[in-house]
Design a protein around this ligand. Structure first.
Ligand SMILES: O=P(O)(O)OC[C@H]1O[C@@H](O)[C@H](O)[C@@H](O)[C@@H]1O
Length: 292
């Protein structure tokens, strides 16, 4: 394995071959991306109290949501905890699959998940999570979902990205007009026509588009910090910031005013379940671009 991929018992670190100040650190637990650095600067928010020992999903970075997003009564995923089991399972590191761009893969199957999760969701599957560094300032993630069962089953997928930002009060999100919004805080649904989505309190919304959005931008003042782009099969975007009270209630959220320096812009397929037939595959991907 090339020297720009380092593996320890618990983590993989990739360093960009042409620029060692770009790197990505992935925990095998959850295949959770913990850190993405561009020009040596951290782009993701990770709680100072994030638990990395495999006893709890990581608070920050990019946890993976599969096979369910929320809680849905009466559905085949209804026994599972919120966000499913992918973020709570140790993935197998499958190694490098490409050198340019530097690309690695992780795999998860029924043999890797807990007995409890297996009982709660007794389907056969293979997940392949691919992480690559297409350029010095971008990070791509993709997830392939394969049904290795004899029956079709339904699922949700989400890349739960916590972006690190200088100041939430100066930050807005663009690119989500023409969407349908499910607002989990006000418990309302409405048309998403705001050109600029600003955050001034707890926000927990799903923006659903009829087609995959072109690009979602996270902007500070007049400067674009990030674009979430090259979206494939990801028609929903969750915008989440816990603000004061919710952050206080999350034991692993630290510092408590850390909500000022983070925004979750999570691309997924969550407003409807996807169905995958026996033997079939479905995949989704995103590229995060930093404008540092
Ligand atoms: O605390 P968790 O399970 O990591 O979830 C954090 C948040 O994740 C978001 O994706 C959800 O929309 C929120 O409702 C949720 O609070």
């Amino acid at each position: 394995m090339a020297s720009y991929i380092k593996e320890t018992e618990t983590e993989i670190v990739l360093t960009h071959p042409r620029d060692s100040s770009t790197s990505v650190r992935i925990l095998k637990y959850g295949a959770t991306i913990l850190s993405w650095k561009v020009k040596g600067q951290e782009q993701l928010w990770l709680s100072e109290k994030a638990i990395l020992d495999g006893s709890k999903a990581v608070r920050g970075g990019i946890p993976l949501v599969f096979p369910v997003f929320g809680k849905s009564e009466g559905h085949e995923t209804s026994q599972l905890p919120q966000h499913g089991f992918a973020r709570n399972s140790v993935w197998e590191f499958l190694g490098q699959v490409e050198s340019d761009p530097l690309t690695v893969q992780f795999g998860l199957g029924p043999e890797n998940i807990s007995e409890t999760a297996r009982c709660q969701w007794p389907h056969d599957f293979t997940l392949i999570f691919t992480v690559s560094l297409p350029s010095e300032d971008s990070l791509s993630t993709s997830l392939e979902v394969e049904n290795t069962d004899k029956q079709p089953w339904e699922f949700n997928v989400l890349f739960h990205t916590y972006f690190r930002i200088p100041d939430i009060t100066q930050t807005h999100v663009e690119g989500l007009t023409g969407t349908q919004v499910t607002d989990k805080v006000s418990k309302t649904n409405y048309a998403g026509n705001e050109a600029k989505i600003t955050i001034a309190g707890e926000v927990d919304r799903v923006y659903s588009s009829p087609s995959t959005p072109d690009s979602v931008a996270i902007v500070s003042g007049s400067k674009t910090l990030f674009n979430v782009q090259n979206l494939q099969n990801l028609k929903d975007v969750v915008v989440w910031n816990p603000w004061t009270e919710k952050a206080n209630g999350l034991a692993d959220f630290s510092p408590k005013d850390g909500f000022k320096n983070m925004i979750c812009v999570e691309t997924g397929s969550v407003s409807k379940y996807q169905t995958v037939a026996p033997g079939a595959k479905w995949s989704a991907s995103q590229t995060l671009k930093s404008h540092l």
